[in-house]
Ligand binder design. Structure first.
Ligand code: PLP
Length: 388
């Protein structure tokens, strides 16, 4: 291995939400942080080098998006995902969550329906409700610890006059990589009912061996209305730099998104984010290759450990991302009891499943994007609290 993912790095007192936000979120600092979706690993050197180079120039004025940035996106998605993106399809954006909110403004009028598939990353809900659009829930179906899209129910949701479907692909928190067949079925429903699809592919590079991620945008035919959000933020652990991109094949939707951002005047970015973004897509392949080996080892370790020592907690089969979805229903606790148990007895800070919607009741989300030693400590401490 070229990269040392076991190297201890203290993130305390760096204003990191995951560490310095513990008191606020858990009511105590005394928990091992395994919540917010960033990793505790140093970014690839190509990123720090690009940032250092940019820092050599002492002026940080308003900045344009250089053509080389767009090229880095086009090359990455061609090289890694076999998706041929045209330059004009790309819009830069100030993060994926702002893009979810902007899409709701752009494609649904007030009180129009927007379909969301819980359990799902919580801003999917708030993007709809804070903008006073109607939330239409199409819950995923859990079958033997694996989740599927309920296509029949999705069609019923579409019939309720929904304008937009917000798809999380791969899915946070259930860890599914939707197959091309599943995506095609979703796309066919969207075609039939004239739905716009916001495809949040932010986790698209964090795929475990044995699974193939298909970019929904790659399946687009002329006339399809697909808005794809992408970013190197999760892949290369730079979410604090807050820059993302949208790929929109159809000019009408592209203009609608542009306008939504313009009404909020949020088109600007900073030169450091641009430097890091481009460097990641140009030079991060090897780091990512090793990261996925490391995460896979940790994921398998968690799965084996639970099976052997804490069978009351069942890990949902994870096909992508460093976020594991733990089924704790057999522990027989209410959601507030579960939350308190993990904080007070185990001293582990995870996201309670219920923040991902009612369908997350009885679950916890564990972030394994950290040193294996920390994960060992987390499991030991849960094991002790439950079994000793
Ligand atoms: C599905 C999904 N979308 C978006 C984000 C956050 O994106 P950003 O930080 O670019 O707003 C996350 C972070 O956890 C996520 O899991």
């Amino acid at each position: 291995m070229l990269f040392d993912f076991d190297a201890p790095i203290s993130r305390e007192n760096t204003n990191a939400v995951k560490f310095d936000g513990r008191q606020y979120y858990f009511g105590t600092k005394d928990v091992i942080p395994a919540w917010v979706a960033d990793m505790d690993f140093a970014v690839p050197e190509c990123i720090t080098r690009a940032l250092q180079e940019r820092l050599q120039h002492p002026v940080f004025g308003y900045t344009l998006y250089p053509e080389s940035l767009y090229e880095s996106i086009i090359e990455w998605f061609w090289r890694r995902h076999g998706w041929k993106i045209e330059r004009e399809w790309i819009l830069m954006a100030p993060g994926v969550v702002p893009s979810l909110f902007a899409a709701v403004l752009a494609f649904a009028n007030e009180s129009d329906g927007v379909i969301v598939q819980p359990p799902v990353y919580f801003p999917f809900f708030s993007a709809v409700t804070t903008n006073r659009r109607k939330l239409i829930l199409n819950p995923l179906r859990e079958i033997d610890g694996r989740y599927e899209i309920d296509l029949e129910h999705l069609e019923m949701c579409a019939q309720q006059g929904a304008k937009l479907l917000m798809l999380c692909t791969p899915h946070n928190p259930v860890g599914r990589v939707w197959t091309q067949q599943e995506l095609t079925s979703v796309l066919n429903i969207a075609r039939k009912y004239n739905l716009v699809i916001l495809s949040d592919d932010i986790h698209c590079d964090l795929i475990y061996p044995g699974n193939t991620h298909t970019m929904l945008g790659k399946l687009a035919q002329p006339g399809d209305r697909i808005i794809t959000t992408i970013a190197p933020n999760k892949t290369f652990n730079i979410p604090g730099l807050g820059l993302s991109a949208l790929v929109i094949t159809d000019a009408v939707q592209r203009n609608a998104m542009k306008q939504a951002f313009e009404t909020l005047h949020v088109g600007n970015t900073n030169p450091l984010s641009i430097a890091a973004f481009e460097a990641a897509y140009r030079g991060g392949d090897e780091w990512l290759y090793e990261l996925m080996i490391y995460l896979q080892t940790t994921r398998n370790y968690v799965s084996d450990y639970l099976l052997k020592n804490i069978p009351q907690i069942k890990m949902t089969k994870s096909e992508a991302t460093y976020l594991l979805w733990l089924d704790c229903r057999e522990m027989g606790m209410s959601d507030s009891q579960l939350r308190d148990f993990f904080i007070q007895k185990c001293k582990v800070g995870m996201n309670p499943g219920k923040v991902f919607g009612e369908a997350g009741a009885g679950f916890m989300r564990l972030n394994i994007g950290t040193r294996k030693a920390a994960i060992e400590q987390i499991l030991l401490s849960i094991d002790d609290a439950i079994n000793k």
